[in-house]
Design a protein around this ligand. Sequence first.
Ligand SMILES: [Zn+2]
Length: 260
Amino acid sequence: MLRLAAALLFTAAAAAQAAAPVETSAGELPVILTAPHGGVESLPGCDERTPVGTRFVTGPDAHTDRLARLIAAELRQITGRAPYLVIARFHRKYIDANRRPEEAYGDPGCAAAYAAYHAAVRGHIDDIRGKYPHAMLFDVHGQIAYRNAILRGTRYGRTAQALLARAGAAAINGPDSVFGRFAALGYNIVPGNNNAPTDPVEAKNYIGGHTVEIYGSHRSDGIDAMQLEYGRDLREGAALEATARDSARAIAAFYERFLK
Ligand SMILES: [Zn+2]
């Protein structure tokens, strides 16, 4: 009887998680991976968005939900500990979780799912800030403007300013930085590591959006934050798994050097 009750409870929990608009889990590393644009699911009770703002995009960043999940799994393999994870399951045509509420959705029926996404991120940041001296949020995206490159977005160093203040430019562009490792692994990166992190050379439209802006370390309640924009070629077919593996290697190296 007890076993049956436990089984029913487990089934109910699994069903609730499957139906939830946001996939999220706490971690054991001071690293948060967020993926606001990879979802493809519909959202009952939430009407599609209508055009608003200067850059209105409704297409998903293909496979970035899976990419974030794979990076998390690889990080666990390498370090023995999992990062925190927040993935939007809903399609971007309903909610753009990387926009301010007034641009993220139009129908009030979408508000709860948007709030759930950001409550998860905020909860993880507060948890991490209580446990670790240093931490980093990576906001995982996809772009097609630079098909075989990975783009860095920190609003010219602003959203990682605490990291820059304590560890210097090398934490962003040095050999043990995430983009230093990407370059060493053979990836094309934008901007190049020969630029200073505060140089205004991050790619236009990819300097970092709402997520890094509201959770970055330039805010008194934030942590260091960086947007990662993966080109389409790095997310297609078999390339996705290699991209995830290499991203986890890069983040693990950064963690060893700058977050421990
Ligand atoms: Zn995106």
